[in-house]
Design a protein around this ligand. Structure first.
Ligand code: PGA
Length: 256
């Protein structure tokens, strides 16, 4: 059985320690009994340390939103996986569509980051997803297959099993437009088929695949109820403790 995982991707919000701490102090008591869902909060780098301190002794884990693929050196402005690990950060989001589209991150770069993240014992949440034009042109599966092959290139089965995949159709991110549960499920099944082809059925069945893109308390349950959807990566709705709590509750209820 795959436990659902809910990631709160705060993007470039709540980056001041005081804002992060305030929100976490509201969230911790709301979710403390929810033991079947993995909860990961990914604040901006500037709030990572205070987030890690605040969630200590709670069931909330912490992720970074990005990292570089080298461990140290002359890379002004970049953050190493070693630093993140030492800080107490367990997860890292890689290949988010905002990194790909705004900051021109390629599949090849994400593949390099993924390999170093795994080497540093971080748990990567790796995003893949198609643009609206690609979906409208009927190319969704082709795009996903291509991203999958390049992003996960040369990963061993043991390495891939430590990865969480987030299927995030780009047209659904921050737009209020959600994929229907059926549209999302279709691609989640397709991703499991891609994994099966290379890594076998066992690996494909154990890997968690989250959905991301305008998840809200009102649509979370029907999405998480789908068999191949193992929780979600939440942007906008993760910025308020109450809406994030309701989404986590929907994930918990989807198990029963
Ligand atoms: P959203 O963002 O929930 O605001 O659409 C999701 C994401 O970017 O991970």
């Amino acid at each position: 059985m795959r436990n659902p995982i809910i990631g709160g991707n705060w993007k470039m919000n709540k980056g001041t320690p005081s804002e992060a701490i305030k929100m976490l102090k509201e969230l911790i008591p709301l979710v403390e009994k929810m033991k079947s869902v993995d909860i990961v909060i990914a604040p901006p780098f500037t709030a990572l340390f205070s987030t890690i301190q605040t969630v200590k002794n709670s069931n909330i884990m912490v992720g970074a939103q990005n990292m570089y693929y080298e461990e140290k050196g002359a890379f002004t402005g970049e953050v190493s996986p070693i630093f993140l690990n030492d800080l107490g950060c367990e997860y890292v989001i890689l290949g988010h569509s905002e990194r790909r589209d705004i900051f021109n991150e390629s599949d090849d770069l994400i593949n390099k980051k993924l390999k170093t993240a795994l080497k540093s014992d971080l748990k990567p949440i790796v995003c893949i997803g198609e643009h609206l034009e690609e979906r409208e042109a009927g190319r969704t599966k082709e795009v996903i297959e291509n991203q999958f092959n390049l992003t996960f290139k040369d990963l061993k089965s043991e390495e891939l099993s430590r990865v969480i995949i987030a299927y995030e159709p780009i047209w659904a991110i921050g737009t209020g437009k959600t994929a229907t549960p059926e549209q999302a499920e279709e691609i989640h099944i397709f991703i499991r088929e891609l994994i099966t082809k290379i890594y076998g059925k066992n690996t494909a069945q154990t890997i968690r695949i989250q959905y991301g893109g305008s998840i809200k308390p009102t649509n979370a349950k029907e999405i998480f109820d789908k068999e191949n959807i193992d929780g979600g990566l939440v942007g906008g709705a993760s910025l308020q403790s109450k809406s994030l709590y309701e989404i986590i509750k929907a994930a918990e209820e989807s198990i029963n």
